[in-house]
Ligand binder design. Structure first.
Ligand code: NAD
Length: 373
């Protein structure tokens, strides 16, 4: 039995699906179902006795303690977080609460539970904390990629809150001997990604005939990893990672945001060519005005629209994932080219999932967020 937090979100949801496709070990899934949590992602597990979903907050000390005592998991994997940088700029409070206080609460509960385990179970137990490469700050164009020993220099409220949680996890190992491991991963993409993030947003706005917003000059560089590769890395680290260590997870796929958007447009041009005027899809996700059609605008790239850059926008992230490869033999299965094609195809084939998540409070937030763009 493992306890997963945030397992109704993008990466946690993919992880739970992937875990149960790979093995029969049951999962307790604790998720508060914020705007980013979506049970539709887990629909295929509705009648699966190996999956137990519990709606609840990682900050709820009593609930977390009860779940640990009741289910006696051999590992806790912490995905639960507020994860969107733009939201952290507009309202950092939730990020402090969930990412820092929530992690602290998990650690304290796990410490109590772990201290009471029998010797063998105690030796086998793991707390795996899922974090981000954004804790390392930003790189110049010629800097070496982030290694695990890079200084921690977070620049946004999101990355600062994640860095704080990473420090807590580290301290609980050094102070109390808690068997923890942290992973710091680059930008994920793939199925079930909430459409406020760049890749799903671009796919869905393109199909809806809406602007494809590019921050600043679009030359911000990110390393991209297909989400299923992140899941396999976490499984590997859980199985064989050294206690108290951090492992960087990355895809060796540095891309400028503008190039990512052009790649998506090219795949859409091929898979779903525009029919001159009138290319319109249901499931419109954003409140921007539509881009006027013209017969000459036959590529989705014609919808690219530059918008004011995000304050404090980091210029470049790049991950050195050699430690994970050399110590644990992990490598990503997908290149960016294969992964992005699978992702575009997934969004084209899963409009029901998209329609369900793009409703209610999400729409209100997006309307407020993008009304000027
Ligand atoms: P997400 O926003 O899609 O999902 C987060 C999930 O956590 C949601 O289901 C939400 O309901 C749940 N949650 C939020 N607050 C909670 C609380 N207080 N108690 C219980 N559940 C709560 O995020 P994601 O993209 O899946 O990211 C998962 C983890 O991976 C995060 O810790 C994030 O920092 C990290 N990460 C993400 C990326 C990425 O590219 N998305 C890259 C590296 C690391």
């Amino acid at each position: 039995m493992i306890l997963v937090t945030g397992g109704a979100g993008f990466i946690g949801g993919n992880f739970v699906l992937d875990w149960l496709a790979q093995c029969d070990e049951p999962v307790i899934n604790l998720d508060a179902l914020t705007y980013a949590g979506n049970l539709d992602t887990l629909k295929s597990l509705a009648n699966d006795p190996r999956h137990t979903f519990v709606r609840g907050d990682i900050c709820d000390r009593e609930l977390v303690g009860k779940l640990l005592a009741q289910h006696q998991p051999r590992a806790v994997i912490n995905f639960a977080a507020e994860s969107h940088v733009d939201r952290s700029i507009h309202g950092p409070g939730d990020f402090i609460q969930t990412n820092i206080v929530g992690t602290f609460n998990l650690l304290e509960n796990v410490r109590t539970y772990w201290s009471g385990l029998e010797h063998e179970a105690k030796q086998a137990f793991r707390f795996l904390h899922v974090s981000t490469d954004e804790v390392y700050g930003t790189l110049g164009p010629n800097d070496a990629p982030f290694s695990e020993t890079h200084r921690v220099e977070p620049n946004s409220p999101y990355s600062a809150s994640k860095a704080a949680s990473d420090h807590l996890v580290r301290a609980w190992h050094h102070t109390y001997g808690l068997p923890v491991i942290t992973t710091n991963c680059s930008n994920n993409y793939g199925p079930y990604h909430f459409p406020e993030k760049l890749i799903p947003l671009v796919i869905l706005n393109a199909l809806a005939g809406k602007p494809l917003p590019i921050y600043g000059d679009g030359q911000q560089i990110r390393d991209w990893l297909y989400v299923k590769d992140h899941c396999s890395a976490i499984r590997r680290v859980l199985a064989a990672g050294r206690l108290g260590e951090t492992y960087n997870v990355g895809g060796w796929n540095e891309k400028a945001n503008l190039d990512v958007v052009h790649t998506i447009c090219a795949i859409l041009d091929e898979l779903k060519p525009k029919q001159g005027t009138g290319n319109r899809e249901p499931g419109a996700v954003h409140a921007e005005s539509r881009v006027p059609d013209s017969d000459s605008q036959t590529s989705y790239a014609a919808q690219i629209t530059y918008v004011t850059d995000r304050p404090g926008h980091d210029r470049r992230y790049a991950i050195d994932a050699r430690k994970l490869e050399q110590e644990l033999g992990w490598k990503p299965a997908e290149t960016f080219e294969t992964g992005i094609r699978k992702t575009v195809e997934w969004y084209l084939n899963n409009s029901d999932w998209v329609d369900n998540v793009t409703s209610g409070s999400y729409r209100e937030w997006v309307a407020k967020q993008y009304h000027n763009t």
